[in-house]
Design a protein around this ligand. Structure first.
Ligand code: ADP
Ligand code: MG
Length: 237
């Protein structure tokens, strides 16, 4: 797998930031150096989720405006050794995908995960880097997921993968929105990278910015995805 991955939501709230933070933690726990670049310009989240918000002085906006060097805007997280956060600026800022691409490409990490919103910046970045769309197994999210997939393709993306997030077996079979997961995958159009279960423990760890040491349900799934990203051949399920 390539070094930089762009992660974006099918629609707000389908778990792009959750998956980015969880996958970054899982990759770092495999001994890799990982940078999470929060690309939610004007609405940062990852710093709070990964417990570095109290320490922030500089952010990606300062790096792009050349107010500081990139190493001054990178904050290590207690969630895992080797996991760092490059926070988004709190103010809105117009940044072109090319500027961000050039910045991300110069950084020296095993893996860089760009937590994006579903916006033109993410679509522009999808042309340069492998892209993951997070979708919840619900009709509205799946339909948006397909729109996002087509939009990324229109922008030149050719490596787009799908993560089905917030999966609960009971809900899925009770609600009968879809016959099976294959139908979800077909309707979005992107190849499946993994399925992440609903996980309140990890969600509240991210809400509080406090690391959770034991493996949670989602972390098990994210570990398997991380292993596959890291080149280990393990089956999807
Ligand atoms: N797998 C999951 N299990 C439980 N809660 C989740 C899961 N994925 C996301 N959430 C919660 O859903 C909300 C929206 O997720 P978030 O990652 O912020 O979405 P996005 O970045 O796509 O807008 C957050 O409160 C988050 O903790
Ligand atoms: Mg987000």
């Amino acid at each position: 797998m390539e070094k930089v991955t762009v992660i974006l939501s099918s629609k707000g709230g389908s778990g792009a930031s959750f998956v980015t933070a969880g996958l970054g933690t899982a990759l770092a726990k495999r001994g890799k150096s990982v940078l999470i670049a929060d690309c939610g310009f004007g609405m940062r989240e990852i710093d709070l989720m990964l417990g570095v918000s109290d320490r922030l002085v500089f952010d990606m906006g300062d790096v792009i405006s050349e107010n500081c060097k990139v190493e001054n805007a990178v904050y290590p997280s207690d969630f895992a050794d080797g996991l760092c956060v490059l926070p988004a600026p709190q103010e809105n800022m117009s940044v072109s995908p090319d500027v961000l691409k050039n910045l991300l490409e110069t950084l020296d990490y095993d893996y860089i995960l760009a937590d994006c919103r579903c916006d033109s910046l993410a679509f522009g970045l999808s042309r340069y880097f492998q892209t993951v769309i997070t979708v919840q197994p619900e009709p509205l999210s799946v339909r948006c997921g397909n729109r996002v997939f087509l939009k990324c393709r229109e922008c030149g993306a050719n490596n787009i993968r799908l993560i089905i997030n917030r999966f609960s077996e009971r809900d899925f079979f009770d609600k009968k929105y879809f016959a099976d997961l294959d139908e979800v995958i077909d309707k979005v159009g992107a190849r499946l990278l993994g399925v992440v279960p609903e996980d309140d423990i990890l969600s509240s760890a991210f809400q509080k910015g406090l690391p959770w040491r034991e493996k949670t349900k989602a972390l098990y799934a994210l570990d398997r995805i991380a292993a596959r990203i890291d080149g280990v051949a393990i089956p999807l399920f």
